[in-house]
Design a protein around this ligand. Structure first.
Ligand SMILES: [Zn+2]
Length: 221
């Protein structure tokens, strides 16, 4: 299996080599078809070539396959749904005070550069008869974080998912993250933290609830 892959990778990707000729002959149709037929490791090998690298050298020989695996892992959220995650984890309760899970670590990829952004999510809600199993909130975050994202949408999707799942009186989500696309590309403020929030229901309408939540987010750890 792996020898077959290596053998395939040793031939330069046909897609790219024949690109010019095909462009002339059939207006790019052949190009699209061949790109589609190329395996993911073949495509990664071609990307490495275009960086000026030699994907056949020792250190890189297995890299196209590893890139495929890594990317599949980092975007596995596309294969998961909130329903699956919450399956059997919604409970009826009388409690109507704030429930909060703080410092949920997450790693995501920015959709503009496919570079990581990572940090912490804080989720709070006030139930209306139902709560989510506490261990499920970090898993919900992961479902959305393991996709190509922007931080604003990630924040909203988390809040929306809690809202849809248990219809609480309100939900608040704060996400604090560092973006490698900012940190690695020469922007001055290398340790800057981007903070986004989504407030719904009583977290939006009641100043006191919102303040309590934000105070809890910033309590000394
Ligand atoms: Zn970016």
């Amino acid at each position: 299996m792996s020898t077959k892959l290596e053998a395939k990778l040793e031939e330069p990707l046909e897609t790219m080599d024949t690109l010019k000729g095909n462009g002339m002959r059939d207006g790019g149709e052949g190009r699209r078809r061949m790109l589609k037929d190329a395996s993911v490791p073949e495509l990664h090998a071609e990307l490495l070539r275009r960086m000026g690298e030699d994907p056949e050298r020792d250190g890189l020989r297995d890299t196209p396959r590893r890139m495929e695996e890594a990317m599949a892992f980092l975007t596995r959220g596309y294969l998961q749904t909130i329903d699956e995650v919450l399956h059997d984890a919604l409970f009826d309760v009388d409690y109507d005070e704030m429930v909060m899970v703080r410092d949920i670590e997450f790693y995501s990829l920015c959709e503009h550069h496919l570079l990581p952004f990572f940090g912490k999510a804080h989720i709070a809600y006030i139930p209306r008869g139902k709560v989510v199993g506490l261990s499920k909130l970090p898993r919900m975050v992961d479902v959305f974080a393991r996709r190509l994202q922007v931080q604003e949408r990630l924040t909203q999707q988390i809040a929306e998912a809690v809202e849809d799942a248990i219809h609480p009186q309100g939900v608040g989500v704060v996400v604090e993250a560092q973006h490698l696309c900012m940190m690695m590309r020469g922007v001055e403020k290398q340790s800057s933290l981007t903070v986004t929030s989504s407030m719904r229901g009583v977290f939006k309408t009641q100043q006191q609830t919102r303040s309590e939540f934000l105070a809890l987010v910033h309590t000394q750890k």
